[in-house]
Design a protein around this ligand. Structure first.
Ligand code: AMP
Length: 413
């Protein structure tokens, strides 16, 4: 039967079989972030359009792909396409820059971009990200700390052969000059570039370096290379490498690694699953030392990353936890629901896990077994009856026994 209603293109449902793995991954993320004393931030799903239009860069892919509309009050609203600008807004709007100027924040959230849907690329997707606001202007210690978090996560999720790529994209002025140089260079090869790169040439030539299209490959390889002349940036990039070496985190310098959004500067990085697939980027991040000030706050060094949860799950070798329950409970007749519910309450209060199967006349042992139940319990008019599924021992019907005595016998102490 075809359902009368279908989901929106580029979105998908996470059904229980899969959501168990999602929960496991999310639990790992929460406990890892807490180990590093990053605190969770949650911001609204909708924001005013200008937050992103003015801060992630006009003409960037992400800005072009926003779901935006004018609401009844005439305000331009978007579904948030990324988190950094939203976190900085919240940091400034809620006065965190005064009360907690050195903030270490993390989030797990949904984001929306009107991209061409394909495997590993959706229109609604999820990211885990961290943002460090404040901290040392000159050092790269926070950069190394967040890369350490990302690399621990990759290990915990059993993702094999992930690769860390790093680069330094210099100061905003240098980046602008590099963008102009690239524009001149790529314009010469315009007709040989892929369609997507031709579009990027008009909007944001730097992004052409991100292209995975075969016809762009050679042209990109011969494009002008960038090396920062800025004393701070040179030093910060060297420090980052020293820190990573000290942590035994292997990395590769990728001179073509840029980040898609305009607010980045200095050290940037990406972690990819080392496979030849186009959707192999697991995590991307870098410094954005000028964004807070640009958004009206005090000069605040900052660094962060975002990792796509769909991608992490796609490349993870973790298995979902098997569902396990302690007691599979059925009520023999509608007249005994009260008694059954009281039994359920007692068991749950003792922190055991139950599955309440109602309205069946007969206990379906196979179903209880499939759910990995330890006990199957049936509640009758005057008796309880239980089957210990761990060693298939059936109890005698326990006539009129008090619930607590019955539970004791089943080890639900
Ligand atoms: P970005 O915010 O573009 O730097 O992306 C950071 C990470 O989010 C990427 O490395 C991907 O893992 C993930 N990601 C970005 N866009 C999508 C998308 N449309 N669908 C699924 N994952 C995405």
């Amino acid at each position: 039967m075809k359902s009368k209603f279908q989901k929106v293109k580029g979105t998908y449902d996470i059904l229980p079989d899969e959501s168990r793995l999602w929960r496991k991954v999310e639990n790992i993320i929460h406990s890892l972030s807490e180990q590093f004393s990053f605190e969770e931030i949650r911001t609204p799903v909708i924001e005013k359009s200008n937050l992103f239009n003015q801060n992630i860069g006009n003409g960037t892919d992400v800005q072009k792909e926003m779901f935006s509309w004018k609401d009844i009050a005439g305000e331009d609203i978007v579904l948030k396409p990324e988190m950094t600008a939203a976190v900085v807004r919240a940091y400034l709007e809620n006065g965190l820059f005064r009360s907690n100027p050195f903030s270490k924040l993390y989030y797990i959230d949904s984001f929306f971009r009107r991209e061409k849907p394909q495997k590993g690329r959706q229109r609604q997707f999820h990211q885990f990200g961290v943002e460090v606001l404040g901290g040392d202007k000159k050092g790269s210690d926070q950069d190394a700390e967040i890369i350490l978090i990302a690399s621990k996560l990759i290990k915990k999720l059993k993702i094999d052969n992930a690769q860390l790529l790093i680069n330094n994209i210099g100061t905003p002025e240098e980046r602008k000059k590099w963008n102009d140089d690239l524009k001149n260079y790529f314009t010469k090869y315009k007709t040989s570039l892929s369609k997507i790169s031709q579009q990027r040439l008009a909007r944001n030539p730097l992004r052409i370096l991100d292209s995975k299209e075969p016809e762009d490959k050679q042209i990109i390889l011969e494009s002008p290379k960038f090396i920062s002349d800025d004393k701070y940036e040179i030093n910060k990039f060297a420090k980052l490498q020293e820190n990573l070496n000290a942590l035994n985190i292997s990395f590769k310098i990728d001179p073509f690694l840029i980040r898609g959004l305009d607010y980045y500067n200095g050290n940037v990085f990406e972690i990819t699953a080392n496979v030849r697939k186009s959707q192999n980027a697991l995590c991307g991040g870098g410094r954005y030392d000028f964004l807070v000030e640009k958004m009206g706050g005090p000069s605040t060094p900052a660094v962060g990353f975002a990792a796509g949860i769909e991608r992490l799950i796609m490349f993870s070798n973790l298995e979902a936890q098997e569902n396990q329950i302690d007691a599979y409970i059925i009520c023999k007749h509608a007249d005994y629901y009260e008694k059954t519910l009281k039994l359920i309450e007692r068991i749950v209060d003792k922190k055991y896990k139950i599955y309440f199967a109602t309205r069946w006349d007969k206990l379906k042992i196979e179903r209880a077994e499939k759910m990995n139940a330890k006990f199957a319990i049936q509640v009758g008019k005057e008796n309880f009856w239980a089957l210990d599924l761990t060693n298939k021992k059936s109890s005698e019907p326990i006539i009129s026994k008090q619930i607590s005595g019955f539970l004791k016998e089943l080890n639900f102490q």
